[in-house]
Ligand binder design. Structure first.
Ligand code: FNR
Length: 376
């Protein structure tokens, strides 16, 4: 019932803080180094100024849009997040089911803790996507892609902003290990959250579904496994191994966006990984119009980072995004209450989006345009 009382995503975040051990919450809530990228991504949405039209018929304000040739319920994609079963025992399954119910895509991460097959079985009617991190072992990448394809996943998101791990200082300070191991601090934190602790001890052991790394700190696994020598020419063999749409996530410059559009990717995700990689990188919302202007006629442009409300989604779509990826918003819901928690967040985003459209004088997402929004 607490979930039902949550009036916005910030309320859900506060619930998450009370349910999850501090080091788990901070793994989600934190970002790299001084956390300025994350703060600026959110702050850019705070500078949105809407310019509403009045006396329009907004009795109906449909939110459905078409992306990559398919209709979805609203312009929101649940982005890939690693180690999702740490947040709640149902993990990726709960998120995929909530996305299925909302009619929006869910992206399973290479660093996921549930296999592609199990995600597909949990949400057979959902539009399940897969996110690839290129690992050093090339054969392994092909096996991973085959598992995703065999599970019916047809959209591939290649994340390109992790040549090496970013420095997540909250995790360093907590001594967070993957999976969480028992030392005095983690035991103490877990004991303050007995429900989470009980779930953790009674559910299947936490481990990655597709990568194996000696359990250690996340940065250590990342730097051991990921290939930092990947270039744009690697998209060739990835493209050859994948039949469906291919998106590149982590674009932070207009010239890179142009190069990617030139090689014919189906979509770009303007993203700085939620501020978890290079700190002090551009705020995605500020960069978005420049990328849309440069390549929006050739490829679908998505925004990722800092989305905390349906009004944020409306602003990003008005500025040219096909849809927004969200990360933390749904993870707060997952930590606050499993699948119902994720559903609560998606319901909030949808209700906020509809209300914003109506107050803006836009009779649906299709009527959003750049003249309705400026950044102060
Ligand atoms: C992420 N993100 C991420 N991205 C990715 O491509 N692969 C991954 O495995 C992960 N893992 C991950 C874990 C956690 C806990 C978070 C919070 C984020 C980044 C994610 O997809 C997305 O880019 C950001 O979360 C977007 O920013 P917001 O919505 O969290 O502000």
């Amino acid at each position: 019932r607490r979930l039902a009382d949550a009036a916005d995503v910030a309320d859900v975040r506060r619930l998450a803080m009370r349910r999850a051990p501090r080091m788990v919450f901070d793994y989600v809530d934190g970002a790299a180094e001084g956390e300025r990228s994350m703060a600026r991504a959110v702050e850019a949405f705070g500078r949105v100024e809407f310019s509403p039209r009045v006396l329009r018929d907004v009795a109906e304000a449909p939110t459905a849009v078409e992306i990559l040739g398919r209709r979805i319920g609203m312009p929101v994609v649940l982005g890939p997040t690693g180690f999702t079963r740490m947040m709640h025992r149902e993990g990726e399954r709960a998120v995929a089911r909530a996305a299925e119910r909302a009619g929006i895509p869910y992206t399973l991460s290479t660093m996921g803790t549930t296999s592609a097959k199990d995600v597909a079985a949990a949400a057979p009617g959902g539009w399940n996507w897969f996110q690839l991190y290129v690992v050093r072992d090339r054969a392994r990448n092909l096996e991973t892609l085959a598992l995703a394809r065999d599970a019916g996943m047809d959209v591939l998101v290649v994340t390109v902003d992790v040549p090496v791990a970013g420095a997540r200082l909250r995790d360093v300070r907590h001594g967070l290990t993957i999976p969480p191991s028992l030392h005095w601090r983690s035991v103490l934190q877990a004991m303050l959250r007995p429900a989470w602790w009980f779930d953790f001890l009674t559910s299947e052991p936490l481990r990655f579904a597709t990568v194996d790394g000696a359990p250690d700190d996340l940065a250590g696994i990342t730097n051991l496994m990921f290939d930092p020598s990947v270039t744009i020419s690697d998209l060739e063999w990835i493209r050859a191994a994948w039949q469906g749409p291919l998106l590149v996530k982590g674009v932070q410059r207009v010239d890179d966006a142009k190069e990617l559009a030139d090689v014919g990717v189906d979509g770009l995700v303007v993203s700085n990984h939620g501020g978890r990689q290079l700190d002090r990188s551009p705020a995605p919302l500020e960069l978005l119009p420049h990328v849309v202007n440069a390549v929006g006629d050739r490829t679908e442009v998505f925004l990722d980072g800092g989305v905390r409300s349906g009004a944020d989604v409306a602003a990003a779509v008005a500025l040219g995004a096909k849809a927004c990826f969200v990360g933390r918003a749904y993870l707060y819901g997952l930590m606050a209450g499993g699948e119902p928690g994720v559903t609560r967040v998606l319901d909030l985003l949808h209700a906020e989006l509809v209300r914003t459209l109506q107050l803006l004088g836009a009779a649906g997402v299709a009527e959003l345009s750049p003249d309705l929004v400026r950044l102060r």
